[in-house]
Design a protein around this ligand. Structure first.
Ligand code: NIG
Ligand code: FE
Length: 386
């Protein structure tokens, strides 16, 4: 983090998510010691050690991607192609990636994950959650979390992703809640389960999440992705930070989310890539549910690292306005990770921000597929691809 102060002037549109003026025009912003210390009219910007002229472009908070699986080896392009030819998605495909991941070395896994992280950053993501879940044995799950914890503080233990080949479900859950959790917990902040038909059932999921909580981890859940099910209710019952996917929801799921404040994480890259119907964000927002958008970057159901792509899908397919989608991809993601310091640019925020080659954040959805993020600051420092 640079100690020098930095003033940014001539910001055509600055999104801070400040309560009174969430979006301002012709703005300036000053950063000191990696934090936002001043926001106001461009013409009033105090002088600083350095200055960037935003030339009328939009500046937004860096995206907070609250759901990814960045550490894995191999890909599943053939499975994707078969799906596009009509074959349905099944949770069992995870085992293909498990085999490739187990046979990769730790330096190779780290190289692959860093490469993907650079893709995310180049597209404006400055905070990222990373899960394990493609090891499914004690040594490999620990290895994945070691790699993840070198890249982010938002690490998630997902030993309960699916029951691996050769295991009986209850015996596997015993391993996950016993030795695997003990070895992984030192590298994890969160515990997650894929609570779904063909993966982990509700009783097993409750055991895994409760054991994780007892070990000091905070719960989050993969819920209601492939069909209606108990995942959302379980997330609400256990006070999870987030229930992610939320593709198939009953009215009582929606009211449970609204009442408990559990964040609904919407992952439209998954519906794009599995040809499932998109979740109905409008229904959730109208019910007062807190909503996040994340990429779910993984080789099976959503091999995109692009938050702008997910924003465009959310606007076009899920009933969100461009401003709601930006909010969900920044402040919403921060809520999902229980972070106060990121996802906004109010005074005191970490100076994580993205400069757009556009006059407004609306262009993120209006110009889908166009690389609009032209400059990224992380903690006030310029980020550049190695
Ligand atoms: O979030 N839903 C479970 N896990 C991943 C997909 C895993 C895979 O197919 O490799 C997801 O969509
Ligand atoms: Fe996922």
């Amino acid at each position: 983090m640079s100690a020098a102060s930095l003033a940014i002037t001539s910001i055509g549109e600055l999104t801070t998510w400040d309560d009174e003026r969430p979006i301002r025009h012709d703005a300036g912003l000053v950063i000191e010691a990696g934090r936002v210390v001043w926001v106001g009219a461009s013409g009033d910007t105090p002088s600083a050690d350095r200055r960037i002229d935003a030339q009328g472009g939009a500046v937004i908070p860096g995206f907070v991607d609250s759901h990814t699986h960045l550490v894995f080896a191999g890909d599943r392009a053939e499975e994707f192609a078969a799906r596009m030819a009509g074959k349905p998605y099944a949770a069992g495909g995870i085992r293909t990636t498990v085999a490739a991941t187990r046979s990769a070395t730790e330096p190779e896994l780290e190289r692959l994950a860093r490469h993907r992280l650079a893709e995310l950053r180049a597209q404006g993501t400055t905070t990222v959650e990373i899960k394990s879940g493609y090891g499914l044995d004690v040594a490999t799950e620990e290895r994945l979390l070691r790699v993840a914890s070198a890249l982010t503080e938002e690490t998630t233990f997902l030993g309960a992703h699916v029951v691996p080949s050769g295991w009986e479900a209850n015996a596997y859950v015993e391993l996950v809640t016993g030795e695997m959790l003990a070895r992984c917990a030192p590298f994890a902040k969160w515990v997650d389960v894929f609570c779904e038909r063909g993966a982990i059932d509700a009783d097993q999921a409750r055991l895994v999440l409760s054991a994780g909580i007892a070990a000091g981890l905070q719960p989050r859940v993969h819920a209601n992705q492939l069909g209606p099910g108990p995942g959302v209710q379980l997330a609400c019952e256990l006070g999870a930070a987030a229930a992610d996917h939320c593709t198939y929801l009953s009215d009582s799921d929606v009211s449970a989310l609204a009442e408990t404040g559990v964040v609904a994480g919407l992952l439209p890259g998954v519906e794009f890539s599995t040809r499932h119907p998109y979740p109905d964000a409008r229904r959730l927002l109208d019910a007062g549910v807190r909503v996040a958008i994340a990429t779910d970057c993984n080789p099976g159901t959503s091999y995109t690292s692009s938050m702008p792509f997910c924003i465009a899908l959310a606007v076009r397919e899920m009933g969100m306005t461009p401003t709601e989608a930006l909010h969900a991809a920044t402040q919403g993601g921060a809520g999902s990770l229980r972070r106060e310091d990121v996802g906004h640019l109010r005074l005191g925020a970490r100076a994580d921000l993205a400069f757009l080659d556009a006059t407004s954040h609306v262009h993120l959805a209006y110009r889908p597929g166009v690389p609009l993020v032209k400059r990224v600051l992380v903690g006030g420092d310029a980020w550049a691809r190695a």
